[in-house]
Design a protein around this ligand. Structure first.
Ligand SMILES: [Zn+2]
Ligand SMILES: [Zn+2]
Length: 231
């Protein structure tokens, strides 16, 4: 069930991107909405989980580590994994190997906290699902578009789609005590990704009402979900 959800999030995103990728407005709305959701989920669900109890004194360092790790991965992927690609004209400078490596490390790590779970649809799983959609959207729009070698594009998408399930599978063999540290690392990654999108300044720092509205909708959905369950 969880594997199916992970794969389907990529399929949905890639299809949306392939068919509607040229619609900049739609792309931006999906991105901003999902980012508002992801940021809220990180703060409302994942942080309390990470910081609960006092047995993990240095856990905050792992959150910061996630932020830094994402910063490094971004240099490989040019920002694909936060669901936008803002280096227009630079397309030919993408090295597929670097892109594959960056995306797969990113998605693999995100899969690990899903291991040793009962298969229920946790807030974390919802977060991964929603977060995968804008990423796959960019992949569908760009990697399967006419600027890019389609074979390589499909290979990148396939490997990306399999990386989180693989992380989940192999995570079962990791020491369960590590789980919380990986979760902290991922929360840092999420924090970085959502901050980049939400706080990225638009031209001349103009107030972007539409962006704020879509971020608020994302926050609202996450908050409703938060109210609907008990820890
Ligand atoms: Zn970016
Ligand atoms: Zn991700």
């Amino acid at each position: 069930m969880v594997y199916l959800l992970l794969i389907s999030s990529v399929v949905i995103g890639v299809s949306l991107g392939y068919f509607f990728g040229h619609q900049q407005k739609l792309a931006k709305r999906i991105l901003v909405l999902s980012t508002g959701f992801l940021l809220s989920l990180t703060v409302l669900e994942i942080f309390p989980e990470v910081f609960k109890g006092d047995s993990h004194h240095n856990i905050g360092i792992w959150v910061l580590g996630g932020v830094l790790l994402q910063l490094i991965l971004e240099s490989l992927t040019k920002g694909f994994e936060h669901g936008h690609f803002h280096h227009h004209g630079d397309e030919k400078n993408i090295f597929p190997i670097a892109l594959i490596a960056g995306m797969c490390i990113h998605a693999f790590i995100e899969g690990v906290p899903l291991s040793n779970t009962t298969g229920e649809i946790t807030p974390y799983l919802q977060g991964i699902f929603v977060h995968n959609i804008p990423i796959s959207f960019v992949m569908g729009a760009f990697l399967l578009g006419h600027h890019f070698n389609k074979k390589i594009g499909f290979a990148v998408i396939l490997l990306f789609a399999l990386a989180s399930p693989l992380g989940m599978l192999l995570g079962n063999y990791f020491n369960p005590d590590w789980q919380i540290y990986i979760l902290a690392l991922v929360s840092g990654i999420f924090l970085h990704i959502s901050s980049v999108i939400i706080f990225e300044s638009n031209k001349n720092h103009k107030l972007d009402i539409e962006k704020i509205i879509f971020v608020l909708i994302g926050i609202g959905i996450a908050y409703l979900g938060h109210l609907a369950h008990h820890h």
